[in-house]
Design a protein. Structure first.
Length: 369
């Protein structure tokens, strides 16, 4: 099954609500651009993925994909995913891991369609549903966090994760208010998005440890292994890092060797696709660690994330990043959380996603070839 063409259809995403996840990224919203990647084969089976997000428009990722990755794909056997993966990873200096991930997802989509199986079945399913947690944006007040956490608790969701204002004293106040609001038994996590100095991270960590939070995520800079080791030695609460650790699959080794984190972390966008996620999950499993999958940045990436999660045992949750208006776009039917707090396995071949091709055509800006 030979690859005969690769295109990227750029389409507009309008009316994105103003959103922030930390001081470093600031506030985004309004408009962005996504790309629909299509890999075509000589047997008439096409594979798809999305590139871009509400916060990061597709332009650079897309142009580098067409310029540097497309020539490596043409004429290749679309089912030789590992060989292709190794080749395109060698171009990571000239493109992005997001572009590499988009190619890999589209190839898995082809493989599932060729086998007439959902990707998670092709990988070897472990389960058919997974509990979801709500992952906040930065909200306007302490009370807004408490109210939102109660809303999701009462809707049956498994947990609530706080993205705080990333000012450490205020962050502790937010965490205290949420714990008071939801009670002692409900699972709550804190994601401080790489925002603290070591001393601040230690103070906040001791506070959330006392509040019995489930994990403490990304308090320090994403390459600060030295201070992560110190922090982990001082705290009992599980520490989560490596979401944006520089590099892709190979970047995890020094974190494991240094015992700098209790979890490994990543997603199909930032780590280079489904292939990278499965490799990393198995690496983590070898050390009896969980690999908690991060939100994918767009609707189709989240479908790809879900397939990977369904095929591994060492990921506890599916992350739903809020608000929906800044995360869901381009599918006629998106992933939904049921009344018991679960998301369920796709049942049709490949990604099994209902891509809204009519919306994409209406909002099409250009096609990169």
């Amino acid at each position: 099954m030979k690859i005969v063409d690769v295109t990227l259809t750029i389409f507009a995403w309008e009316d994105i609500p103003k959103t922030s996840y930390n001081q470093l990224t600031g506030v985004f919203g309004g408009a962005s651009q996504l790309g629909l990647l299509t890999i075509m084969t000589d047997e008439g089976i096409d594979g798809h993925s999305f590139l871009g997000s509400a916060m990061s428009s597709v332009e650079f990722d897309g142009s580098s994909l067409i310029r540097h990755l497309k020539p490596l794909l043409l004429g290749e056997d679309a089912l030789s995913r590992e060989r292709i993966y190794q080749r395109i990873c060698q171009r990571s200096r000239y493109t992005t891991w997001r572009a590499i991930g988009a190619v890999d997802i589209a190839l898995w989509d082809i493989a599932g369609k060729a086998a007439d199986l959902p990707i998670h079945k092709l990988l070897g399913s472990y389960r058919d549903k997974v509990p979801a947690y709500a992952s906040s944006a930065v909200l306007s007040s302490v009370g807004a966090y408490a109210d939102e956490a109660v809303q999701f608790r009462d809707s049956g969701w498994s947990a609530y994760k706080i993205h705080p204002p990333t000012r450490w004293r205020e962050d502790i106040e937010v965490c205290q208010a949420v714990r008071r609001a939801v009670g002692d038994e409900y699972l709550v996590m804190l994601d401080s998005t790489w925002s603290y100095r070591y001393e601040e991270a230690l103070r906040v960590g001791r506070a959330v440890e006392g509040l019995n939070f489930y994990w403490y995520e990304d308090p320090l800079a994403d390459d600060d292994i030295y201070n992560y080791v110190k922090l982990k030695q001082k705290l009992d609460i599980p520490i989560m890092a490596t979401e944006y650790s520089p590099g892709a699959f190979h970047s995890y080794a020094p974190w494991i060797i240094a015992q700098a984190t209790d979890f490994l972390r990543g997603d199909v966008a930032v780590k280079g696709g489904i292939t990278a996620l499965i490799k990393t999950a198995h690496l983590a499993e070898g050390f009896r660690m969980n690999y908690e999958v991060h939100h994918g940045g767009n609707s189709l990436n989240n479908v790809a994330n879900l397939h990977a999660i369904l095929a591994i045992q060492n990921c506890e949750f599916f992350e739903v990043l809020l608000p929906e208006g800044a995360q869901k776009y381009g599918l006629a039917e998106d992933i939904e959380v049921d009344e018991n707090g679960y998301v369920h396995a796709p049942t049709t071949a490949g990604l099994g996603a209902n891509i809204d091709f009519e919306l994409i055509e209406r909002n099409k800006l250009t096609v990169l070839r």
